[in-house]
Design a binder for this molecule. Structure first.
Ligand SMILES: [Zn+2]
Length: 420
């Protein structure tokens, strides 16, 4: 019987940190030399355990243990980081996946009942070009080619040119979609990057899906007037109406169970000697449930119209960005929950605020689930990002159990004989 060794995952995480970090944190920004170095380090490890490795057209690295069935369990991660990033974001999933490949390879003597593939997605973070989920959205077919073609980094380098330096032909990135041909399930482990599990004092949680997002600019128009000579009852104060939105979105979020943020506020003319003529706020609303998200949006819109009427100003809405919620697969969520309970007794189900590669895979119809491990300080994208080592070990164990359950499920679907 082969042995999973979660301690090795922690050692490898530290090895990767030594190799690709400086005093400010991880520096594995996609399509840079440090990233390429991390990549070849990972690839060597995968090859030495017996996996077939290749890079797809979008630059994602696939490490495959071919099984008796072509139907594949995919395990996802990303070794790229933001500049000055933490040691766990993305690399925990990648290295836990590597350890699971080792365990499976040993257990089945190199020939598991179903194919198992670890994918290291290219440029999950979008740190250099401002576009996240590059490799996975190319693979899912959702990448906006026009938009991506014109992206440039701070130095003015275009994305297609940066890709060329890595031997990637931008015009062919969507051909990577063929990698999903035999995908029967996709699982991803990730640090939570938030405080929910920390506050519940639980190491692990099963992720229900990623939030849908509605992002709007809301502009209130009033009238500029002298701060000294305009009586209070004669004002058309655009800021007064906009400001009422602030407590209102807390009530809306509480009623509907989502999150709402007013992230910016611009005023014109923006001088203290004038009543505010124009106030533009940006509202971000997120929910796991599409109907609830639509309700939150409707309630915010109605409230803004009410406040405009009360203040004798007008209001205009403009959509900035929107994405549908992406609920994960019910059966896999149950497996994930079960794997966690078998490992540490207690589980919790929670949605994901941040987007992940898993959402892109789920969008293509491949049954998907994620597992979260507690984040200390609830913080990520920062060198102080951390998780207790005992929790990391539990995460690798629970994730491995999830992999086994998913493999059995895939094998059963194909009418394959039960596991030997
Ligand atoms: Zn990540």
């Amino acid at each position: 019987m082969s042995q999973l060794n979660p301690r090795r995952t922690i050692d490898e995480l530290k090895e990767l940190r030594r190799l690709t970090s400086d005093e400010n944190g991880a520096q594995r920004v996609a399509f840079t030399e440090t990233w390429a170095k991390a990549r070849s380090w990972l690839r060597e490890k995968a090859e030495s355990l017996g996996a077939e490795t290749h890079r797809d057209e979008a630059g994602s690295l696939w490490m495959t243990l071919p099984g008796r069935s072509e139907k594949a369990l995919l395990i996802g991660g990303h070794i790229d980081s933001v500049p000055n990033g933490g040691w766990l974001d993305g690399s925990l999933n990648t290295l836990a996946g590597l350890e699971i490949l080792r365990r499976i390879h040993a257990q089945y003597d190199g020939k598991p009942p179903v194919t198992v593939r670890l994918v290291d997605w290219a440029d999950e973070e979008g740190a250099r070009f401002g576009k996240s989920l590059f490799g996975s959205s190319a693979c899912s077919g959702n990448l906006e080619m026009e938009e991506a073609r014109s992206l440039t980094d701070k130095g003015g380098v275009r994305l297609p040119d940066a890709l060329k330096e890595q031997g990637i032909d931008f015009e062919r990135v969507k051909e990577s979609g063929r990698e999903l041909q035999n995908a029967a399930a996709y699982i991803e482990l990730h640090i939570e990057q938030g405080p929910v599990l920390l506050d519940l004092d639980l190491p692990l949680g099963a992720v229900l899906g990623t939030f849908g997002v509605e992002r709007h600019a809301i502009t209130f128009h009033g009238q500029a007037a002298h701060s000294g000579s305009t009586p209070m009852n004669r004002r058309k104060d655009a800021f007064l109406a906009a400001a009422k939105m602030s407590p209102e979105i807390y009530r809306i979020a509480q009623r509907n169970g989502g999150v709402c943020t007013i992230g910016s506020c611009l005023t014109k003319p923006g001088i203290v000697t004038s009543v505010i003529e124009e106030c533009r706020i940006a509202l971000d609303q997120r929910h796991l449930d599409a109907a609830a998200l639509a309700r939150m949006l409707k309630e915010a819109r109605e409230a803004s119209e009410r406040f405009a009427r009360e203040g004798n100003v007008t209001v205009q809405w403009e959509r900035i960005w929107q994405i549908e919620p992406m609920p994960f697969n019910e059966t896999l969520i149950n497996f994930c929950d079960g794997a966690i309970r078998e490992t540490c007794g207690k589980s919790h189900r929670l949605p994901s605020g941040p987007l992940h590669d898993a959402a892109e895979v789920a969008r293509t119809g491949v049954p998907t689930v994620m597992m979260f491990v507690q984040s200390l300080h609830g913080i990520s994208h920062n060198k102080i990002e951390d998780t207790k080592e005992e929790h990391l070990e539990l995460a690798v164990r629970a994730f491995d159990r999830l992999a086994s359950k998913a493999m059995e499920w895939i094998a059963a679907q194909g009418g394959l004989s039960h596991f030997a």
